[in-house]
Ligand binder design. Structure first.
Ligand code: NAD
Length: 265
């Protein structure tokens, strides 16, 4: 199974190169970076502090898609949309970890999913995939006299907020309640906000240091509070999940799949 990595010198890109090189079921077909990146021309092995592997980073994604059964993409929204078109053109499976995608970006991925297999997840960890299922179940069980608040913390370099995972957990809670997240989302509170609106799902964003990703979903009512938490200790958990998704998706029928599908949940 030939797996390619786009955005190979990013924080996740390097983790993904390490994970593919260490997986006996996979061959690393190559990696790309954005044009002008200082990483272009560097050996993928030395880039991650290992022995050279004789394959260098390029800025030619079309060649990478042509030579891969699956490509893993943890880059940026505009790049991911362009990569989805290449996945369609070459019949390559695409694993999308990029967050901060707009509704328009998601529509473009859905369109690509009619012609190629895509796995899209805001969080590729097993723990968060299970957490989303628990949140959906708890939200379906409790009435809207239980307020739902989602708190997340990430490292200081993260550029989108709330995190894709926090939004996915909000989606899970909203679907448990049978409402659309867009109708109940309350992501910004500042100044004289007035009292909390019944049924809203609130988000709080913390940024600092090197935190890989902490998420807590709080269900709060009079005199009782239930908190469901996940803490990521290493980016390796996302890379491991994404490689598992790539091995699963290559050769599948077109569609936009989730980690629930990959894990058979
Ligand atoms: P990063 O900035 O360290 O890495 C992104 C890399 O993509 C950079 O090296 C950048 O140069 C490269 N890139 C940008 N445009 C490109 C293009 N057109 N072609 C090739 N490469 C390109 O960021 P990161 O921390 O690795 O995170 C990347 C994305 O993954 C973010 O959206 C983040 O939120 C998301 N993420 C998702 C999960 C998950 O489980 N789904 C986990 C961690 C991070």
């Amino acid at each position: 199974m030939r797996i390619g990595i786009v955005g190979g010198s990013g924080r996740m890109g390097q983790m993904l190169i390490r994970e593919v090189l260490g997986n006996k079921a996979a061959t690393l077909s190559g990696a790309t970076e954005r044009p002008g990146s200082a990483a272009i021309g560097r050996d993928l092995g030395t880039l991650i502090g290992a022995d050279p592997v004789g394959v260098v980073i390029t800025d030619d994604p079309a060649a990478l898609f042509a030579n891969s059964d699956a490509v893993i993409d943890f880059t940026a929204p505009a790049a991911t949309v362009a990569h989805a078109a290449l996945a369609v053109q070459h019949g390559t499976a695409l694993i999308v970890g990029t967050t901060g995608l707009s509704p328009d970006d998601h529509a473009k991925l859905a369109e690509a999913g009619t012609k190629a297999p895509l796995v899209v997840a805001a969080n590729f960890s097993l723990g968060v995939t299970l957490l989303a299922g628990l949140v959906r179940k708890v939200a379906a069980t409790l009435g809207d006299d239980w307020d739902i608040e989602i708190v997340e913390m990430h490292h200081r370099h993260k550029v989108d907020a709330p995190s894709g995972t926090a939004l996915a957990l909000g989606q899970a809670a909203a679907s448990g309640r049978g409402v659309a997240l867009a109708d109940v989302k309350d992501a910004v509170r500042d100044g004289h906000t007035g009292a909390r609106t019944v049924g809203d799902i609130g988000f709080a964003t913390l940024r600092g240091g090197d935190v890989v990703g902490d998420h807590t979903v709080i269900f709060a009512t009079e005199a009782e509070r239930l908190e469901l938490s996940h803490k990521a200790g290493s980016r390796a958990i996302f890379a491991r999940g994404a490689v598992r998704a790539a091995l699963w998706a290559a050769g599948k029928a077109p569609g936009v799949y989730s980690m629930d599908d990959v894990l058979g949940l």
